[in-house]
Design a protein around this ligand. Structure first.
Ligand SMILES: Cc1cc2nc3c(=O)[nH]c(=O)nc-3n(C[C@H](O)[C@H](O)[C@H](O)COP(=O)(O)O)c2cc1C
Length: 314
């Protein structure tokens, strides 16, 4: 049976993201994969309204789905995307992070949250491979949140990200074609996706640069100071993407290293078990709010002040 590999681009048509993505997909196709590719600019995609019907449903054990399901193309795409063995995402960097089109599409994944839906028995777990390509006009310094934001949005559908590539210094349309090494790196993304697909799911590992990023768990380049989490768990330092907890340690050669604590992967967001804790948190915080009638009375009274204020708009 052929592996199914899909490419999702949020870049300009026939420009850097599309080109690098196609190169990666070609490598997959050469190894026998069945390829699908879309550019999000071709679809009608609405912003998540924030109605939270999906998570409210899930926290009560129901698969409510998205309230926008029949209003745009998101569900049509998800029916294909969630049926893939692997998906490669490519997004342009805007203001350090993936473009709003990419984020708009990916934030809607909450209604399809694999860990939550598996936990309530609405779906069967499925192993998926993921890979990321971020493209920007500048160096990593001006793309500092790009791969990190891309990775956390793929976690929602349990993609195991096995490689990610940041193509730097290509601001102009299709400029990446001037750099053979960037095209070659994109091809390597495709090869690594196929390598992962040809490995039993339980043994799939990170295939990018072993030293990439600060976090040895998800290879993100982004850490923050830990604060108490839901139910009090706290670490000195956390990975902002996967939530791994630990501390910075100075190595013998005088460099800083992020070392994950013994219990540091308790809420690893890249795993369904780790995200399941967040499902419980939502049931407790959001569900807890809705279940207590007194909360509604307090909010209904206090909201009047703010509803009455109408500052001039534009
Ligand atoms: C609104 C906007 C913001 C941008 N911000 C950044 C940025 O913060 N960092 C960066 O490296 N490039 C930035 N860029 C450049 C794009 O990432 C770059 O043009 C990239 O090649 C676009 O990919 P594409 O050709 O696939 O569309 C920005 C471009 C636009 C239009």
């Amino acid at each position: 049976m052929k592996f199914k590999v899909m490419g999702v681009s949020a870049g300009r048509k026939d420009s850097n993201c599309d080109i690098l993505l196609k190169e990666a997909l070609l490598a997959c196709q050469e190894q026998g994969a069945e390829i699908t590719m879309i550019n999000l600019k071709d679809y009608n995609l609405l912003d998540c309204t924030g109605c939270t019907a999906c998570t409210m449903g899930m926290s009560m054990g129901k698969n409510t789905g998205c309230s926008l399901k029949d209003k745009d193309d998101k569900d049509k795409i998800m029916q294909v995307l969630l049926n893939q063995d692997a998906v490669i995402f490519a997004a342009p960097t805007y203001a350090l992070m993936p473009s709003s089109l990419y984020l708009k599409f990916m934030h809607r994944n909450l209604a399809y949250e694999s860990a939550f839906l598996t936990k309530i028995g609405a779906i069967e777990p499925r192993d998926r491979v993921g890979a990321l390509i971020a493209v920007g006009g500048s160096t990593r310094s001006w793309q500092s949140l790009a791969l990190e934001c891309m990775q956390i949005t793929t976690v929602t559908n349990s993609f195991k990200v096995v490689d990610m590539y940041m193509a730097t210094m290509v601001p102009a349309p299709a400029q990446v074609l001037l750099y053979d090494e960037k095209i070659a790196r994109a091809r390597e993304i495709g090869r690594n996706v196929m390598k992962a697909l040809n490995t039993p799911a339980a043994e799939r590992k990170w295939l990018g640069d072993p030293d990439a990023g600060w976090c040895p768990n998800c290879h993100s380049n982004s850490l923050c100071l830990g604060e108490p989490q839901w139910k009090g768990l706290q670490y000195p330092i956390e990975c902002t993407v996967c939530g791994a907890g630990g501390d910075l340690v100075k190595t013998d050669d005088g460099k800083w290293k992020f070392v994950i604590a013994e219990n540091g992967l308790e809420r690893d967001r890249t795993t369904e078990e780790g995200r399941g804790v967040h499902c419980d948190e939502i049931a407790d915080t959001q569900g807890g709010f809705f279940m207590n009638p007194q909360n509604h009375a307090v909010v209904a009274e206090k909201i009047q002040k703010y509803k009455a204020i109408q500052f001039p708009g534009v």
